[in-house]
Design a protein around this ligand. Sequence first.
Ligand SMILES: Cc1cc2nc3c(=O)[nH]c(=O)nc-3n(C[C@H](O)[C@H](O)[C@H](O)COP(=O)(O)OP(=O)(O)OC[C@H]3O[C@@H](n4cnc5c(N)ncnc54)[C@H](O)[C@@H]3O)c2cc1C
Length: 399
Amino acid sequence: MKNYDVIIVGAGASGLYCAINAGYRGKSVLVVEHSKRIGRKILMSGGGRCNFTNIHNGPKHFISGNEHFCKSALSRFSVQTFVEQVERHDIDYHEKTLGQLFCDDSARKILGMLMTEIDWAGVEVQTSTSIENIDKTEQGFKVQTSNGLISATSVVIATGGLSIPNGGASPFAYNIAKQFDIAVTPLRAALVPFTLPPESLKFLKPLSGVSHFATVTTEDGTAFTEAMLFTHRGLSGPVMLQASSYWNSGENISIDLFPNQDCLEWLKTQRDEKPKSELQSVLSQHMTKRMTQTLLEYWQMSGSNFTGSMGQMNNDKLEEIAAQLTDWKIHPGGTEGYRTAEVTLGGIDTNEVSSKTFESVKVPGLFFIGESLDVTGHLGGHNFQWAWASGFCAAGYLG
Ligand SMILES: Cc1cc2nc3c(=O)[nH]c(=O)nc-3n(C[C@H](O)[C@H](O)[C@H](O)COP(=O)(O)OP(=O)(O)OC[C@H]3O[C@@H](n4cnc5c(N)ncnc54)[C@H](O)[C@@H]3O)c2cc1C
């Protein structure tokens, strides 16, 4: 039976980064990955360009049952540390928007950097290998894999969440938690497009492909301002993905199509300047013509009559129109689920794990890192920063 200091289950962002840093500390490390290839989500991330971190990263960009849990690791592993590593590997990158750093070329560069360092750190990686059983022993763990029986002082669970099931995702972390009586918080798909019920979709589907800058607010008062996108299933775009992480089934979302602008004042000015113009043509200065026409028809179907020339509209009417444009309530039918979600909300209960070492409180030597934990980042590179930070910090306490 081969013995390692550390066995890491999952060769994704957090597992690879943890392995590299444990290897640099002189530990013998084996990474076990059940897929044929490693780092698949890194390759598919950021539309193939990997949004690998965010210069504004901080605890406020994470959702967790314990908002303080992520603070320690984020402060011990800075964005700058990862960016400097990217620069040392001559990977060109740019800030796209809102502090999001993307590769100029391809996400392959980030995976290439990790593989180079895996090599430098002397880490062994076994792909197409599944874990059949993990047993706690006095010295550590016995792990039965499809490649044979191995043992280790520490085992790190870095198998991520449930999103993109055909990309290697599995409930492994939650199953291990159950085996060792470790609590898991409720799980659901997040950073995921909304679907619309048939009655709304019938009207809004023709807008598929149209995008608009908007503020979206969920019922708990959380608001994001970014682009929204109509799709043939419902609503997507960064602002909708962000909102989905705060949305609960059955709730409404509110859409402000005039973010950072006083819509009522704008309408009054338009009335003064263009009294003969129809509302539709006035609104077409702000949204596409197709979007204006479709929304006015949709709202008319729901009982609001916004036809007529601007000059005919009194202040009450303009207030009604402004309210519709800035607080458009939509009732999503659901989300597209794990099939397209970027992340899983919820995970290993943070009360069960040390925020300093990532070691299980109940099972010494067992560690959980990355997305498997109940720590979920906002869109924009925060989830990878969490994967790097948790992997790096755990590496300091292994084996
Ligand atoms: C389409 C898409 C785009 C994304 N884009 C971005 C982005 O641009 N920026 C960002 O910050 N975040 C992005 N994310 C989120 C980000 O990819 C994840 O949060 C991050 O990869 C989590 O890292 P992890 O190591 O915890 O898990 P993962 O990267 O998911 O790695 C888990 C690994 O464990 C393996 N595994 C699972 N089960 C087992 C098992 N039973 N045995 C052995 N191995 C197993 C998996 O195959 C995988 O290799 C994106 C996600 C998706 C789906």
